[in-house]
Write a protein that binds this ligand. Structure first.
Ligand SMILES: Cc1cc2nc3c(=O)[nH]c(=O)nc-3n(C[C@H](O)[C@H](O)[C@H](O)COP(=O)(O)OP(=O)(O)OC[C@H]3O[C@@H](n4cnc5c(N)ncnc54)[C@H](O)[C@@H]3O)c2cc1C
Length: 462
């Protein structure tokens, strides 16, 4: 069977690539060994947000009196919370099935391996092998939870994100190793539901890729909500021989032992580069990722790679954008390269964190003279009405030309606001143009305009 485009993997990289390819008139097939939608829909972005929503509703009910309502004692069955999240994931995966049909994309279920001469073999669940040929092969096999040698996952007491999304019962206590977006989101969910959570982070700050002020603020907020946080600390070894887990943690003041029911390892991801035929075809990898050029072509012509498999930001929206760019280039369209400096990043804990562009430290390191503006959500009418005043907006402009270098936000709802900064930066909007762009009242988004005004000494509400 011959196709113009064969996509391997149906995560947000693969399935979006396939749809765009079909729109462009390519005869397209997509191969998937698990569930349509990949990690993002089944074990990542979507089911975590479903859990966090349950936790948020639980939190609101617990704080009913803050809103003038009568006190209630909410209760829950943990398996039902998990079931809701799994249901949301399944629904989204079914949606991808529909989109594949709608776009006349052939879905091939099985495990793919690339072969020479742009062929792909697929082994189905019964062990039957079928070969397919494509003019272009796009590999989007994604990634899995990274396992450290001193932190082997047994799936029961030392777990990765898949188990954390589907535990049969709620642990009384949990150690979360790693405080990137995944670690912090799980820490927030389990803590809100009543699990005693301790976060262990190797770096000096949690959410280490964020602006330092944001990281520090989040640390304070999460501690206030009951999460114990240890920074500059690393888990050296784990002992699972007893009832729970004992983690030997190295800290600045010597080693200590932490005990909990479960340890969640959230120390990053490992790309799925093994057993997919890369070596046989001669495709180059480096540090566990597939090497590609600016149009996502690998070292062997006709074979492309996108998403978590390549050394760019491991985010769903990045994977999708790479896939679209890749097929549009194959089609011969005039395509813009992806600007990896303008990719928003979001963490959906409470308060949420969202950012795009340079942190203050990075801007200074790059030699910019900067103007920084900040606006606290405690001065926002909408945030006060919402009862969510924890957080602030921080914007960084180049002092010379007014270029918007970075936007860093912490607070309820900021993940839905960061797109404004992405678009504005794409359009090379200056600080003054942001101040003069009238934002609707009352919205939390006004805080962005106010933060910009603060950078130029024109802030109104503080
Ligand atoms: C807990 C968690 C939360 C996350 N939250 C967010 C978030 O909020 N926002 C965000 O942007 N990102 C988030 N991410 C990251 C996001 O999920 C990934 O960046 C994204 O899924 C990468 O997409 P992808 O298409 O490259 O790969 P994947 O989504 O990993 O999909 C790869 C697919 O390929 C299939 N596959 C692998 N090998 C083969 C083979 N040999 N043959 C056939 N099929 C194969 C796999 O089964 C899988 O379905 C989260 C990740 C996790 C783990």
């Amino acid at each position: 069977m011959n196709y113009d485009i064969i996509v391997i993997g149906s995560g947000p990289g693969g399935y979006v690539t396939a749809i765009r390819a079909a729109q462009l008139g390519f005869k397209t097939a997509i191969i998937e060994k698990e569930n349509l939608g990949g990690i993002c829909l089944n074990w990542g972005c979507i089911p975590t947000k479903a859990l966090l929503k349950s936790a948020q509703v639980f939190h609101y009910i617990n704080h009913a009196e803050d809103y003038g309502l009568n006190k209630v004692e909410p209760s829950f069955e943990f398996p039902n919370v998990i079931q809701r999240s799994r249901g949301v994931a399944n629904k989204m995966s079914k949606g991808i099935e529909f989109l594949m049909k709608k776009n006349k994309i052939d879905v091939i279920l099985g495990t793919a391996k690339i072969l020479k001469d742009k062929k792909v073999s697929v082994t189905d669940k019964d062990g039957k092998i079928t070969e397919y040929a494509g003019s272009n092969i796009i590999i989007a096999t994604g990634a899995r939870s990274r396992e450290l040698p001193n932190l082997p996952q047994d799936g029961k007491k030392v777990i990765g994100y898949r188990q954390a999304l589907s535990l049969p019962e709620q642990p009384k206590s949990m150690i979360v190793v790693g405080s990137g977006a995944i670690g912090v989101e799980f820490a927030d969910f389990y803590n809100t539901m009543g699990t005693k959570v301790t976060v262990v982070e190797f770096m000096p700050n949690i959410v280490p890729v964020e602006d330092e002020e944001i990281s520090k603020h989040l640390e304070k907020s999460l501690k206030k909500s009951g999460i114990e946080i240890m920074t500059n600390a690393s888990v050296e070894s784990v002992d699972t021989s007893g009832e729970g887990v004992k983690a030997n943690v190295k800290t600045a003041n010597g080693n200590i032992t932490l005990e909990a029911d479960i340890l969640l390892s959230a120390v990053g991801i490992a790309a799925n580069i093994e057993n997919i035929g890369l070596e046989e075809v001669g495709i180059q990898t480096d540090k566990g990722r597939v090497l590609v050029n600016e149009w996502y072509e690998t070292s062997v012509p006709g074979y492309y790679a996108i998403g978590d498999l390549i050394p760019t930001q491991a985010l769903a929206h990045v994977a999708s954008a790479e896939g679209i760019t890749c097929v549009e280039k194959i089609k011969g369209l005039h395509v813009e390269k992806i600007d990896y400096g303008n990719i928003p990043g979001c963490t959906y804990c409470h308060p949420e964190v969202a950012s795009v562009g340079l942190t203050e430290k990075q801007a200074k390191e790059k030699g910019y003279e900067i103007k920084v503006g900040k606006f606290p959500l405690s001065a926002s009418g909408k945030a006060t009405a919402n009862g969510n005043t924890d957080g602030f907006i921080k914007v960084i402009f180049d002092a010379k030309y007014g270029e918007w270098l970075g936007c860093h936000m912490i607070g309820e709802g900021v993940t839905d606001m960061v797109a404004e900064a992405v678009v504005a930066r794409k359009l090379e909007t200056t600080g003054h143009e942001i101040i003069k762009s009238i934002h609707p009242h009352p919205t939390v988004s006004e805080a962005i305009m106010e933060a910009a005004a603060a950078a130029y000494g024109e802030v109104i509400h503080i």
